[in-house]
Design a binder for this molecule. Structure first.
Ligand SMILES: C[S@@+](CC[C@H](N)C(=O)[O-])C[C@H]1O[C@@H](n2cnc3c(N)ncnc32)[C@H](O)[C@@H]1O
Length: 237
């Protein structure tokens, strides 16, 4: 066989292997219709899915996949403080506090603009009432942080782009290296649910990242295929 044959065959093999490595990479998944359709189905059936998910009897508006991803993330990174914007019924704060009980350290600061009745009480949780973007709220949160605290943030309040972008800019700098800034509900605005919602959390993340902050999107947290926070698990470098 000619030299030319071997050059062409060799090049094809190298390109094929490189392509295979990319396509076959565990975390580089192509968008999947099956996953999107399941995601849309899960959301449409909210009455029996995310609106009927409880931690120790308290409503949590998350998917069990994401709750498990949080569990792994908290255990791996062991933050001292988790700041949550968006308390709702308190189920997510209660879940994080219970995980911190098992880890043996950690506090939750949970913020909501509305007075929520019957919030679960737990010695690791501090509830704050007010808007997450109010300068007085930012001062209050900062006053509750101790020097040297490893801080993680979960943004799950108002899901409009403008609000989330403001939160990202206000709370991003509080996140410690190696810890996470989780932007919830990036699936809104047609990613793949609620196409009519308009620009939401994902568009806020895109604009935030365009400013080159020290965060990278960690796709490994989406390993269960369906995540409400697609592209929203941001790790601080
Ligand atoms: C999606 S729910 C939070 C769900 C909760 N984290 C969970 O996983 O169960 C959103 C909450 O954000 C609150 N909220 C809306 N706008 C807010 C704002 N500007 N600041 C703080 N909380 C806000 C709402 O009152 C609501 O309780």
């Amino acid at each position: 066989m000619s030299t030319r044959y071997w050059v062409v065959a060799g090049t094809a093999l190298v390109l094929g292997l490189a392509g295979g490595a990319y396509v076959g990479s565990k975390w580089e998944r192509r968008p999947s219709k099956v996953v999107d359709n399941f995601h849309i189905l899960f959301h449409k059936n909210g009455e029996t899915t995310f609106n009927d998910t409880r931690w120790r009897g308290v409503s949590v508006q998350k998917s069990p996949f994401d709750m498990w991803a949080y569990q792994e993330l908290l255990y791996e990174t062991k933050p001292d403080v988790l700041v949550e914007a968006g308390t709702f019924k308190g189920g997510s704060a209660y879940y994080f506090a219970s995980l911190f009980d098992m880890i043996g350290k950690g506090r939750v600061i949970s913020i909501d603009i509305e007075e929520q009745p019957n919030l679960p009480q737990h010695p690791r949780i501090t509830y704050l009432k007010g808007s997450s973007t109010d300068p007085a709220m930012i001062d209050k949160v900062k006053s509750l942080l101790e020097p040297g605290d490893r801080v993680m943030v979960s943004l799950d309040s108002d899901h409009h782009k403008g609000h989330v972008l403001q939160e990202l800019r206000l709370y991003g700098p509080m996140v410690s290296p190696g810890c996470y800034l989780v932007v919830e509900d990036t699936h809104m605005g047609g990613h793949p649910i609620l196409p009519k919602h308009g620009p939401g959390p994902l568009e806020a993340v895109e604009e935030f990242l365009a400013g080159k902050p020290p965060f990278t999107v960690d796709r490994t947290r989406e390993k269960f295929l369906m995540s409400f926070n697609r592209g929203g698990w941001l790790k601080r470098q």
